[in-house]
Design a protein around this ligand. Sequence first.
Ligand code: NAD
Ligand code: G3P
Length: 331
Amino acid sequence: MTAGAEPPYSNCRSAVGARNATATCVRRLPRLWTTGDEASATRDADIVLLVVPSQHLRAIAAQLRGLLPAQATVVICSKGVEQDTGALLSVVVEEELPDHAIAVLSGPTFAAEVAAGMPSAVTIASSDAALNPARSQAARVARALGTKTFRPYVSDDVIGVEVSGAVKNVLAIASGIATGLGFGANTRAALVSRGLHEIQGLSAALGGRRETVTGLSGVGDLTLTCSSEQSRNMRFGMALATGRSAADVFEGRPVVVEGADNAVSVTNLARRHAIDMPICEAVRAIVVDRLPIPDVMNALLQRPFKDERADLGLSISHSISRNAAKSMAGI
Ligand SMILES: NC(=O)c1ccc[n+]([C@@H]2O[C@H](COP(=O)([O-])OP(=O)(O)OC[C@H]3O[C@@H](n4cnc5c(N)ncnc54)[C@H](O)[C@@H]3O)[C@@H](O)[C@H]2O)c1
Ligand SMILES: O=P(O)(O)OC[C@H](O)CO
C-alpha cells in the first residue's frame, strides 16, 4: 500500500507501507490519500518513507528506481538486517537507489499511538549530520515530519541506530517468551540490560557508537518493545512459550514479526564478527532451530558468571548451534 499525506506532514508527500498507521491516519487526516501506484505516490516527493518488512525492502527500493524525483530523500523506517547479505538496510537502499540521499528513522513508536497523537520521540540519522547537523538530511526530514507530539532527534550514527532497531525486535521475542513462561519483572529487566549489552557489542563491531544505544533507538525502543503486549514481537514470543500458534495469536492476519526473520540475520552478523549474543542466539535456537524452550533456557542460565562488561566469545552460542545441528540431523 502506498499513502500520501498533506499537512501537518507537509513535506512528507508519500509513504510506502505502514498499513497500520495508514489505516488509523485515514480517519484522522482528511487529506491523506492511499494508492497502490508507486509512480503517482512518489511524483514530486521531497521525502519518501519506506515502511515495508525488512526482507522485502530491497525489492521495493528497486521498484522505485527511476520513479523518484532527483531531490527525494529516502527515509528507512523498516527495522532489520538483510538475511541473504547481512547488509544493514541503509546499505541495501544505497545499492538500489544510489542517487538519493538516505536517512534512517527509528525509535520507540507504536504506529497506533503516533497516529492517535500521543507524545512520541524518534531518532532520525544521516551520515552527513556529522559535518553539519542543522543542514543534514536528518534535520531536513526532522523539520518535515516533526510535530508537537512527534519529536524527532537528529543523529549522525546511522549504524548505531540501525543495529539497535534490528536487534531489539529479536530481544522482544525473548521478553515475550519470558513473560509467557510466567517470569516477572526481574527477568525482564535482566533481559533488557543484557540485551543492550548485545546491541552495544554488535553496533561497536560494525562501526556504531556505544552511546547511541542509550538513546531512543536503543534503550527507548528496547524498553518499549520488551514491555508492551502491543509489540508483535513480544506477543509472538508469548505465543511460543504458551504453546499457542502465531496464527491464533494474530487471528489469522499476516503480521510482520521482524524479530523472527532477524534472529537469523542478526546472529549471522554476530558470528561473523565474533560478538557474543547469547539471548539472540537463544531466540534463534527456539524460533528457527525449534529447540525446546527449557533446553535453551538451561543453556542460557548455566553460562559462567563473568564481569558485567566482558565479552566471553562464542562458547554457548556454539553449543546451542551444535545442539541445533544435532537435532536437525535427528541425533
Ligand atoms: N507498526 C509499528 O508500530 C512500527 C513502528 C516502527 C517501525 N516499524 C517497522 O516498519 C516495518 C513495517 O512494519 P509495519 O508495522 O508498517 O507493517 P505492516 O504490516 O503494517 O505494513 C507493511 C507494509 O508492507 C507491505 N508488504 C508486506 N509484504 C510485502 C512484500 N512482500 N512486498 C511488498 N510490500 C509488502 C504491506 O502491504 C504493508 O503495506 C517493519 O520493519 C517494522 O519493524 C513498525
Ligand atoms: O510491534 P513490533 O514489535 O514490531 O514493534 C513496533 C515498533 O518497532 C516499536 O517501536
